[in-house]
Design a protein around this ligand. Structure first.
Ligand SMILES: NC(=O)c1ccc[n+]([C@@H]2O[C@H](COP(=O)([O-])OP(=O)(O)OC[C@H]3O[C@@H](n4cnc5c(N)ncnc54)[C@H](OP(=O)(O)O)[C@@H]3O)[C@@H](O)[C@H]2O)c1
Length: 321
């Protein structure tokens, strides 16, 4: 699989990284419903066999569970993948989640993540959300200290806006920026991609298939029958009036993908990778067959004609919402 260098770092990431949010399992505020741990472990190990060389997780996914599963899955592997995880979302004993960016909190979070992942050093450590905003400089300074202490190799941020990125960049350079990016979520195209490119910051984008909506596998019935604890039930893109417009777009994308003998999921991922500023896409999966389908998108370069055809469909989609 193709790799791209992450900004100014010495990490060469496969253009697809495996996302493990859904592997956090059920029973917490942002769960994706029940998940079988053995399927998660098989999916992680299969992803590595397929050439994916990095895995994205976060402390909060399943309130520690996703990190534990990643730790179990990589334990016996000869070629250890690069591990990216995140701090800042903390929780209390009742599962209430909140943002904390105080130095002491970050230091205890990193120790807990290292323990769950069963590793000595975290390759890439992101601040998950810039909350509370007034503490982002304190947290970013703490991440710089963690690099010096050898607890983490590189530091990055997720879900920051341009002003917040500019505020922390002078403290120590940002290695990686992790924003949402998909055909339905194009906010970073306005300014953030340009800023990252100018500052040689790697960009690893999340939810490229818009949480499964851009795979072509969703039906209205499946959306209606999502489990009670699947947070996608509360996502406006999975509700009317957005849902009908999204289904229409997916049907048109399907025709386009099929012309190349590909699937909608592969098209959605190849589309985010068309941008040279994007280092890699974080692609979520719950079982081996899902990542087996999507992994090939990492090597698919869309033609100018295909990109233009998608642009026309997205403009049409925009007018209907
Ligand atoms: N930094 C942040 O704030 C942030 C936020 C969101 C995500 N992320 C990271 O980015 C990763 C990817 O984003 P995401 O998981 O939100 O969205 P995504 O990659 O767009 O979608 C992943 C979901 O799509 C479905 N899927 C995957 N492959 C499929 C296939 N071949 N056929 C049919 N369905 C398929 C699966 O759910 P079902 O089978 O249940 O439909 C899977 O969980 C996350 O796992 C996480 O690591 C980070």
């Amino acid at each position: 699989m193709k790799t791209r260098k992450l900004g100014w770092t010495d990490l060469n990431l496969s253009t697809i990284g495996l996302g493990t949010w859904a592997m956090g399992g059920g029973g917490w505020k942002f769960s994706w419903g029940t998940q079988d741990d053995s399927e998660s472990i098989s999916a992680i190990q299969h992803a590595v066999e397929l050439g994916i060389n990095w895995i994205d997780t976060a402390a909060v996914y399943g309130l520690g569970h996703s990190e534990e599963i990643v730790g179990k899955a990589i334990k016996g592997l000869r070629d250890k993948p690069i591990i990216a995880t995140k701090c800042e979302r903390v929780w209390d004993k009742d599962g209430n989640i909140f943002g904390r960016l105080k130095k002491e909190s970050i230091h205890s979070e990193v120790e807990a993540s290292l323990k769950r992942l069963k590793i000595e050093v975290i390759d890439l450590y992101h601040i998950h959300w810039p909350e509370p905003d007034e503490d982002i400089k304190e947290a970013w300074t703490a991440l710089g200290d963690l690099i010096k202490e050898g607890k983490i190799r590189y530091a990055g941020v997720s879900n920051f806006n341009l002003e917040q990125l500019k505020r922390i960049q002078p403290i120590h350079p940002v290695a990686s920026f992790q924003p949402p990016y998909s055909m339905l979520e194009r906010g970073i195209e306005k300014e953030l991609l340009e800023y990252c490119s100018e500052n040689n910051i790697g960009v690893i984008v999340y939810s490229p298939m818009q949480k499964g909506l851009l795979t072509g596998k969703f039906t209205r019935e499946r959306v209606q029958n999502l489990p009670e604890d699947d947070h996608r039930r509360r996502d406006p893109r999975f509700q009317e009036p957005e849902l009908s417009a999204n289904f229409k777009l997916v049907e048109e994308l399907r025709l386009l993908a099929e012309k190349s003998g590909r699937t909608v999921a592969q098209l959605a991922i190849a589309w985010v990778l068309r941008r040279p500023e994007v280092t890699a896409a974080i692609v979520g999966a719950r079982r081996p067959s899902q990542i087996e389908e999507t992994v090939v998108a990492g090597d698919w370069t869309l033609s100018k004609e295909q990109i233009a055809a998608i642009e026309a469909l997205l403009e049409k989609r925009q007018k209907t919402s």
